[in-house]
Design a protein around this ligand. Sequence first.
Ligand code: 13P
Length: 280
Amino acid sequence: MYTTLKKVLQEADQLHMAIGAFNTHNLEMVPAIIRAASNQKTPVIVQTSEGTAAYVGMKTLVAVVTSLAGEYGVDAVLHLDHAKNWDTIRAAVDAGYSSVMYDGSALPFKENILGTKRVVEYAHAAGASVEAELGTVGGTEDGVVVHSDGVHLTDPEDAVEFIEKTGIDALAVAIGTNHGQYKSKTSIDFGVLESIHGAVSKPLVIHGGTGVSDEDIHKVIDRGIRKFNVGTELLVRWNITSRTLYSSNKENTSNRDNVVPALDAITQIIEHKISLFKNI
Ligand code: 13P
């Protein structure tokens, strides 16, 4: 069933696990994400950048995720990732996205609070959930430089005040991960994560999941991470698989022959991640 971020993260908290949030770049990846969740029998979050939302169309994405959630019997959330633009956020909520992330993390603390509060009021009135970010996760996300001024880890005391004043449903934390890190694994500051987890009761979100090692996945879930974002690893696998096929298959081959193996490859990665996110 099509559902909200708030609901799936509450369930994840009770089960002491994380829900996978997988970035799609097109419509093709969406069935692969939902099928993988169905195979693993867990809820799932399909997330789009503002760029993907504009490319595919917000209403189309809502219709497709809603339909596939029903077809596969999966609790699925459609989430707008890293939105900075009020008009885009409002359009996503109006189109039926069940969750949005307002990313005011590059702004001064007070402006981040005010921008986030405005989004929370609008989204909650429509029944949608809100994620926001405090601190800076570095790197590049869907071609957009997320932060160019260095990385600042989330301050636990700021997190308490931020949550109280904004009413968000989930907090993205900066604990040493970077967006788009796929050639190496990152070094996570578990101490900072523990302090944030000890200070707040809201579900925490990790960005830059591609750069997190399998063994660290359990450690961050044990310290409060309930939404786990993975994007680059899927994109890279898709590109490598389909590039090889596009160059070896004849030009009049159905492009399904070049794309379906790429989807199968990302389905495998998603299933592996979800099996770790169950934290068993
Ligand atoms: P990666 O692309 O590094 O996996 O990060 C995904 C993400 O955090 C989306 O916001």
